[in-house]
Every structure is written in C-alpha cells, then in structure tokens.
Design a protein around this ligand. Structure first.
Ligand code: DC
Length: 222
C-alpha cells in the first residue's frame, strides 16, 4: 500500500488539493480533521464547551466514530448517524481544535486512521499524519499558505455554504486555531523532518495540485 501524508494548518487547501490528487491517482482521500470534528460534535451535544470541563473518558466510551465512502466521498458517522454536514460549522471547528489537544482523544482515533492506510492506497490529510499516524508514509507533504490567504479561502467557502460571518472573524478564529494546534503538547502541528514543504500562497488549485503531483512522482514514480 502507498500512503501520502499531507499535514498543514487550517485553510492551506489540504482537503481540496488532496481530493483532486486522490482522484488523479485512484487513491482514497481520508480527511482526518473530520474525525476530530465528529468527536467535538459529540462533546457539544453533551453540553460541553471548549474548556472541556467534563469526564472525557466517560463521553468517549459512549462515542463511536466511523468512516464510510459514498462513491469517492468520505462520510463520517457519530454512533451511526451521518454527521458529515453538521461538523462544518465555525463552532464545530473550535470544538475540534479543543478536543484534538486531549491525548485520550488522539489515542481514541489512532487505530481508525491506521486501519484506513493498511487497507487502501491513501492520501490522508491532518496535522500529525507524517509525524505520528503514518511515520512510514512514502510521501510526506507539509502544505501551508499565509494566514490571510487561508482565511480568505475559508471565508469564501463558508459564505458559499450560507454561513454568516466576516473575514475578520474567520481570520481571528484561524489564528486561535493555528496557535492551539501548533502549541499543544501532544502531536503539535509541525513539518515532519522528511516532509516537503509546499507553500500555496498565490497558487491556483491547479498549480497546487501540480506541485503535489510533482513531489509524489519524485518519491514513488506514480
Ligand atoms: O482540518 P480541520 O480544520 O477539519 O481540523 C479540525 C481540527 O482538528 C483542527 O483544529 C486540528 C485538529 N486536527 C488534529 O489535531 N489532527 C488531525 N490529524 C486533524 C485535525
């Protein structure tokens, strides 16, 4: 099996680009952020906020997260319910960032991620795929872009989906999440030593995709 790990901050274009590259190569695209979002949604539904003052282990015992593919589209399930759309709100983003800093939550989601890569050729995106989840991935890419560019892309995406927000709010949320994700003690966001850093600031989707395919071709000759 071949694994391509793509890590990087929110809004770097990981999911859009990874999806396009997966299609081109015939691989499965696994969006691991959706798993943390699903756990975050469960905690929200339990009435817990981002301070996570609760019995985390007890809630996790009542949490079942699963992935299934509808065509080549990943869907995530919380205790059997398809929550793929419900996890895409700004609140869900903040809850995902909060729960993802908790070691037992990361341990809870580890096996599912590794299983996906054992059974399929995958392009998997997240924050710690190349460093922790798939340290032996044949290709590791750290995808990034300036905070303003990332906020602009996320703002367009949210507005298109009908979410009412402002650019300033998205930028400020993004900076909080960047800080949380890269300063937490466990699996902080950072490039794997053997990763190739690709900066997509000012690049179109096509150019970003070409840059990634270039790295992949150099590594595995795909
Ligand atoms: O990529 P995303 O925005 O859907 O991720 C949601 C949150 O989950 C983000 O704040 C960081 C966290 N995350 C993580 O810690 N590890 C991953 N592999 C993927 C996401």
């Amino acid at each position: 099996m071949i694994a391509i790990a793509i890590d990087g901050p929110a809004g770097a274009g990981k999911s859009t680009i990874a999806r396009a590259v997966a299609k081109e190569l015939g691989y499965i695209y696994v969006d691991t952020g959706a798993l943390y979002r699903t756990v975050g949604l469960k905690f929200s539904r339990e009435g817990v906020d981002t301070s996570l003052k609760c019995d985390i282990e007890k809630i996790l015992k009542e949490t079942n997260v699963d992935i299934a593919f509808v065509g080549d589209e990943q869907h995530v399930f919380l205790n059997g319910e398809d929550v793929s759309d419900k996890i895409r709100t700004p609140e869900a983003s903040m809850m995902a960032s909060a729960v993802s800093a908790v070691p037992v939550v990361r341990a809870f989601l580890l096996d599912l991620q590794r299983k996906m890569a054992r059974e399929n050729n995958v392009i998997m995106d997240g924050r710690d795929i190349g460093t922790v989840i798939l340290p032996n991935a044949q290709v590791k890419i750290f995808l990034t872009a300036s905070p303003e560019e990332r906020a602009r892309r996320r703002f367009v995406e949210l507005t298109e989906k009908g979410t009412v927000t402002t650019f300033e709010e998205v930028l400020s949320d993004m900076k909080v999440r960047d800080y949380n994700d890269s300063h937490r003690e466990i699996a902080p966001l950072k490039p794997a030593e053997d990763s190739k850093v690709v900066d997509t600031t000012g690049l179109t989707l096509e150019e970003s995709k070409a840059a990634i395919l270039d790295v992949v071709k150099n590594k595995v000759g795909a």
